[in-house]
Design a protein. Structure first.
Length: 205
């Protein structure tokens, strides 16, 4: 049964995409506040990122179509994901990410992994405390579309998930570490999830 191929065509991209919520969000730039003197300002520019995690997708056991995890008798398929790519962030905290993802059954079995390239994420800040370097962000993941700097062009894109994340800035704004705190998809078929990621600066603004 080609359950995995059906999943990887769409929402199996969800958690790996959401891992990119570790995007830096320059929440205190462009709004008249550069933060208190000595505060930790969020950076702009280009960052590489790597991320990893595991999650469960709920399926109809007869058709293998995704269904809400609250459905009685739903088939729960555990997966693990890895991804890497690059993100661009402007001084206002808007961001766009392009990356490649590998999805594998959990635990690993004889099935080969699925590799998906050219996934995109559009991100924006929710809040940021420059005194601690801690904040939260909101992102939307897509298949299709394209990044034009920090701006996402949604032409031909399909939304696959929405998520929020919690992050911390370190190393003088050159590193961000994050976790997913909320994750949804159109089918409400995501069960448990656990994911984290890291962004490292590639270029200055």
């Amino acid at each position: 049964m080609e359950i995995r191929s059906m999943l990887f065509a769409g929402s199996a991209l969800i958690v790996a995409s959401a891992l990119a919520i570790n995007q830096p969000l320059a929440g205190e730039r462009g709004n008249g506040s550069k933060g208190t003197e000595g505060g930790i300002l969020l950076p702009a520019g280009q960052f590489s990122f790597t991320s990893q995690g595991s999650f469960a997708i709920c399926l109809d056991p007869s058709t293998f179509a995704q269904e809400p995890c609250t459905t009685g008798g739903a088939l729960v398929l555990p997966l693990t994901v890895l991804d890497n790519g690059a993100s661009v962030f402007d001084e206002f905290g808007n961001s766009c990410t392009t990356y490649t993802q590998v999805d594998t059954d959990l635990p690993a079995d004889a099935s080969p992994p699925s590799v998906t390239a050219n996934i995109h994420i559009a991100g924006k800040p929710l809040d940021y405390d420059s005194s601690t370097g801690i904040g939260d962000n909101s992102i939307t993941g897509y298949t299709g579309g394209s990044c034009n700097g920090a701006t996402f062009d949604s032409s031909g894109a399909t939304e696959i998930y929405r998520a929020t994340g919690h992050f911390v800035v370190s190393e003088g704004g050159n590193r961000l570490d994050s976790i997913i705190t909320a994750l949804t998809n159109p089918a409400n078929s995501i069960g448990a999830f656990s994911a984290s990621g890291t962004d490292l600066r590639q270029t200055r603004p």
